[in-house]
Design a protein around this ligand. Structure first.
Ligand SMILES: [Ca+2]
Length: 251
């Protein structure tokens, strides 16, 4: 997914994100029911470091290790056929290579919107073995993002809150320089420890420079722990490079 697409999606971020997005409706439970899907064309070309494009449709299937045993598991995100409800039910399901199952349900977006619209990919977010599932719960509607990461923990799928986020808004929050601010994250691994730096800048009035903070967090085992905050002033060009999720390997 390109930075430009993110930027376009940001236009109405303040107006629509809360109205359209529901919280996960259920915790992990045995996954049941048939899968549905209609793979067709492939989404827009992505650049280096961006999530990999997936076939458009009502079913996304991924093969990456999620429980940390090094063996590929099956993760799906799909539209559940509606039963007279106005919003659409989507289900994130995992079946591990060992045969363990869990799922999370979401009510999202407009009726019958492609499941692939919400899928970003699988990548290592936290400092634990195994990948996390990354979804954008806005799914391209309303020009906003609501990026959330989910991990496998002891047979359940659980939210991994973004570093520095609030309980109410645990998403990985992005903002773009076209809107007079820059926000994003840079992930890094050092000495076996997972770090992420949250960039949070505002445009300096009347200039082409952006000033704010880089706040570094480390994965503590139970969550992100703040390490340090540094004040920075950077050019617009540099700020533009910090408005995504950088340093991730998408699978
Ligand atoms: Ca596995």
């Amino acid at each position: 997914m390109s930075a430009r697409r993110f930027a376009i999606r940001c236009l109405a971020a303040f107006a629509t994100s809360t109205a359209l997005v529901g919280a996960p409706a259920a915790q992990a439970a045995p996954a049941t029911g048939p899968s549905s899907g209609s793979p067709a064309s492939v989404t827009a070309v992505s650049g280096p470091g961006d999530p990999k494009p997936v076939p458009r449709g009502h079913l996304v299937t991924s093969r990456a290790d999620i429980d940390g045993d090094g063996r590929a598991d099956t993760t799906t995100f799909r539209l559940v056929p509606p039963r007279g409800t106005s919003s659409s039910l989507y289900r994130l399901s995992v079946r591990t290579e060992k045969g363990q199952r869990a799922h999370l349900d979401f009510r999202l977006g407009y009726e019958m919107q492609d499941a692939s619209d919400f899928w970003m990919g699988m990548t290592g977010i936290d400092g634990r073995r195994g990948n996390e599932v990354v979804l954008d719960l806005v799914g391209g509607i309303g020009d906003a993002t609501d990026i959330r990461s989910y991990a496998w923990r002891d047979g359940r799928l659980v939210l991994v809150p973004a570093a520095g986020s609030s309980r109410r808004w645990p998403n990985w929050e992005l903002m773009w320089t076209d809107f007079g601010a820059a926000r994003g994250y840079t992930f890094a691994q050092s000495g076996g420890i997972r770090y992420v730096t949250r960039h949070d800048y505002r445009q300096v009035k009347g200039t082409n420079r952006f000033a704010g903070t880089d706040t570094r967090y480390r994965w503590s085992g139970a969550g992100w722990r703040k390490v340090s905050t540094t004040k920075v002033t950077v050019s617009r060009q540099v700020a533009d490079t910090r408005t995504t999720l950088r340093g991730l390997t998408w699978r």
